[in-house]
Design a protein around this ligand. Structure first.
Ligand code: V47
Length: 383
């Protein structure tokens, strides 16, 4: 029987014979290899790859699709690193720099769309002068003013930078972050772990092993964190698979990653502006392959700000189970040419998910159910 007409009793069908052994492993719940990952990236049968990813997604979450009501706060865009991938960071003294006074940051946190946020997502530049106390006080002040809101703050890159700046060890800084009220950590700064690529796109950041070691340590100290991968620039399929499998290895040890978020490269206003934007096909394949290789990750997020609300809807049928949140004020991708809105209302996210044929589930950062009052301006989180 030819591959194109062979059909398992689960409905899998493909024109690509290389996918059949992978399909068997996926349906049996077996782990995929490096070679399987490369095969998935190169297969011409995107519908079959998507079918498999959707199979895993539905096995884990049924029809549920997760979102949250969150707010991004980027306290400063002054950054000592000169990452070629980035349009957000600016050198001290350059036109267009900003650094929020603490009062301003606390006030910004309270300005939003209509609903009460359950999460502050805090990421910023590597500022040469701001002391560690600025960042810890920022968090402390948020906790005083908004005690119910989860603070997800500081990437593995920022943690390493701040530790050096404060002449602290990374564990000491993490302890101080915890005491100040940081509840979990975002997934940024991972980019692509392979040295060859990192030298081109973000030479001034910690290397891939340091990012992974910091995540491992943070998990061991009780933090949950997210993880990301920036794709669609100078990396190849092998670099992508390598990145995913290195995350999978840490997750085997710690179980501390909550979700994986593939981030599509936005080239405008960066030093890599000559690179074309990612195609819809790559965006959707990236979601599917991530779902299939990261068998020990509960969640795969299609971040609507990055890939557009339309693509995020489709991604919910190709392996994603989460579309992120209201965000309210996105800066990093908008400086790099993103044309999506800077934020969305809760009701819009609910509609987006419902129209994709999924069941919206408002979560907090730790994926616990959130229930809202009638007016939607107060909430409770399930125990
Ligand atoms: O690490 C920077 C990326 C990341 C560009 O943890 C760019 O829930 C595309 O990590 N084109 C920061 N991407 C954002 C991030 C994130 C976003 C949403 C949710 C979570 C989470 C984390 O943004 C950086 C970098 O990989 N980035 N510049 C650019 N030109």
């Amino acid at each position: 029987m030819s591959a194109s007409i062979s059909r398992s009793r689960h409905g899998f069908q493909t024109d690509d014979p290389a996918l059949s052994p992978i399909a068997e492993k996926v349906q049996a719940g077996l782990r995929l290899s490096f070679t399987d990952g490369v095969t998935l990236y190169r297969s011409g049968d995107i519908l079959a790859v998507g079918w498999l990813a959707n199979f895993v997604r539905e096995r884990l979450h049924g029809d549920l699709a997760y979102f949250n009501v969150n707010r991004h706060i980027n306290p400063t865009n002054v950054c000592m690193a000169s990452c070629r991938l980035c349009a957000f960071g600016r050198k001290k003294g350059e036109a267009g720099t900003y650094t929020m006074a603490l009062e301003e940051a606390w006030e910004t946190a309270g300005i939003g769309l209509t609903e009460a946020v359950t999460e502050f997502h805090i990421v910023g530049g590597l500022h040469p002068d701001l002391p560690v106390s600025y960042f810890l006080d920022l968090v402390r002040g948020l906790k005083v003013r908004y005690p119910k809101v989860h603070v997800k703050a500081f990437t593995m890159v920022e943690v390493n930078f701040l530790a050096k700046r404060g002449r602290l060890s990374v564990p000491d800084l993490l302890t101080q972050m915890k005491e100040a009220g940081v509840d979990s950590m975002p997934g940024g700064g991972a980019e692509i772990f392979a040295d060859r690529v990192r030298h081109i796109i973000c030479d001034h950041k910690i290397d891939g092993s340091e990012w992974l070691d910091t995540a491992r340590l943070a998990h061991q100290m009780g933090f949950r964190s997210n993880s990301t991968m920036l794709y669609g620039h100078v990396e190849n399929d092998e670099d992508r698979v390598d990145h995913l499998l290195r995350l999978r290895a840490v997750q085997d040890d710690t179980g501390g990653f909550q979700t994986f978020i593939p981030l599509s490269f936005h080239p405008d206003n960066t030093a890599l502006a000559h690179i074309p934007k990612t195609s819809g096909m790559l965006d959707i394949r990236q979601i599917a392959v991530s779902r299939l290789l990261l068998d020990n990750f509960a969640h795969i997020k299609s971040y609507w700000q990055m890939v557009s609300p339309r693509m995020a809807q489709i991604a919910l049928r190709f392996g994603a189970d989460d579309i992120d949140g209201t965000v309210i004020e996105e800066k990093i991708y908008h400086d790099a040419g993103a044309t999506t809105p800077q934020g969305m209302r809760r009701a819009d996210l609910v509609r987006l998910i419902t129209e994709a044929g999924r069941v919206p589930f408002e979560r907090d950062t730790l994926y616990r159910a959130v229930t809202r009052s009638q007016t939607e301006d107060t909430f409770t989180v399930a125990a």
